[in-house]
Design a protein around this ligand. Structure first.
Ligand code: PLP
Length: 429
């Protein structure tokens, strides 16, 4: 496939936009080469500026769960636009989507809408701190909760230790309040809690992780966290920005039956427009301004176009719950197809899958946390990514990202994907 015009557009973009992109992963730094520039997308396909048609496995990093330009979502946004695009004054639609979200998600009474997943997680942590009157938080190495300062923290020199900033601009003062533990390792959490007794406001976690590839919580891990939180007066925050309204109508709380105190959302809840949200029981949520003292606000929060897209999306998912099963089956079919091709060619690999999230790591041992994910062979991943792209299949351009299937994908598209892999699999030896 030829990507000449995309490359020219990238050169031009780099003159005016840092790195030519508005979010780093889009620049293909992890896999090399120039990113493609999309012109339009419909259903399961991206159409790029060179006229190529690509099968899309990232679905805008999650939101487009029903495929691109889903008719009822597009129609809702177009109609709403005609009535004005922002007021900064309440609208009835905000209550409609809030009510629907509260009906779909277990264990929440109230929800506040914001403009991104980052904002949702940042606000959830502030609320947890304000509610518990404690300062420190625990996060897990390899989990991503957006680019707010408190989350841009990496493990320090010890095995489990205080974090260090992993971006210039994040202060040491901020880092000292973010403590790091290891995913799927309850003992690491217990150690951190013990060393910081009485200081921890919340544990924030991707209950199914999607930012080190797709990582599934081991049996008992989330339940163990719940117990540790209950025993130590710590709030459990589930970051369901990826998994919310995707793995089940009620997200991981519904799928795996573990309750969180605060849940954050993004991606699907906005139907492809910039939306995030955080939610919980009234007792916790009532601590937010204007009812309570914890401040949080937004000029464009609850924006009518965003709420229209989100409401249309949630309505569709709520009324057609077969979608979740359908997506899961398609993802399983992809898994089986790719595994067979890789196994037949003798390529060492790991595939993790749950619902419509899946990822491949080229390594020997099971991938259960950040450390094991980092053992993946990146040269093989690069060859895999470009082999697919050359054959019109768009996979995430980093081994540390999950794929997000959309329900517009057909079994023929998946057959095409598996065939594409078989055409160059010998190059992965
Ligand atoms: N939380 C998780 C689990 C995410 O995957 C992301 C983004 O990918 C975020 C939070 C941040 O969301 P946003 O990019 O909308 O700020």
């Amino acid at each position: 496939m030829i990507y000449k015009r995309s490359s020219a557009l990238f050169d031009e973009a780099k003159k005016y936009i840092p790195g030519g992109v508005n979010s780093p992963v889009r620049a293909f730094n992890a896999v090399g080469g120039d990113p493609i520039f999309v012109k339009e997308a419909k259903g399961a396909y991206l159409h790029d500026e060179d006229g190529n048609k690509l099968i899309d496995y990232i679905s805008s990093w999650g939101p487009m769960i029903l495929g691109h330009a889903f008719p009822s979502v597009v129609e809702a946004v177009v109609e709403k636009t005609k009535q004005g695009t922002s007021f900064g004054i309440p609208t009835a639609l905000e209550t409609k989507i809030a009510k629907l979200a509260v009906e779909m998600v277990p264990n929440i009474d109230k929800i506040r809408f914001v403009n991104s997943g980052t904002e949702a997680c940042m606000s959830a942590v502030r609320l947890a701190r304000g509610y518990t009157r404690k300062d420190k938080i625990i996060k897990f190495a390899g989990c991503y909760h957006g680019h707010s300062d408190s989350f841009l923290i990496q493990a320090g020199s010890g095995a489990v230790t205080f974090g260090e900033p992993n971006s210039p601009g994040v202060t040491k003062g901020t880092a000292k309040d973010t403590l790091l533990a290891h995913y799927n390792d309850l003992e690491s959490v217990k150690t951190v809690i013990k060393e910081n007794e009485g200081d921890i406001a919340c544990i924030i976690i991707e209950p199914v992780a999607g930012n080190m590839g797709c990582i599934i919580p081991k049996k008992g891990f989330l339940e163990g966290l719940r117990q540790l939180c209950d025993d130590n007066n710590i709030l459990l925050v589930f970051d369901e920005v990826m998994t919310g309204f995707r793995l089940a109508p009620g997200g991981v709380q519904e799928l795996l039956g573990v309750k969180a105190d605060i849940v954050t959302f993004g991606k699907v809840v906005g139907g492809g427009l910039p939306v995030g949200a955080f939610a919980g029981k009234a007792e916790v949520m009532n601590h937010l301004a204007p009812d309570g003292p914890v401040y949080q606000a937004g000029t464009l929060s609850g924006n009518p176009l965003a709420m229209a897209a989100g409401y249309a999306m949630l309505t569709e998912l709520n009324s057609n719950r077969d979608v979740f099963e359908s997506l899961s089956k398609k993802t399983e079919y992809l898994h089986e197809g790719m595994k067979k091709v890789l196994d037949d060619a003798g390529i060492v690999h790991q595939i993790n899958r749950i619902g419509s999230m899946i990822s491949i790591h080229f390594c020997e041992n099971p991938v259960t946390d950040f450390k094991s994910a980092a053992h993946g062979n990146n040269d093989k991943f690069k060859a895999y990514f470009h082999g697919m792209l050359d054959r019109g299949v768009y996979m995430p351009p980093s081994a540390f990202e999950s794929y997000f299937l959309n329900d517009a994908l057909s079994y023929e598209d998946i057959d095409h994907t598996v065939k594409a892999l078989s055409e160059f699999v010998h190059e992965l030896k």
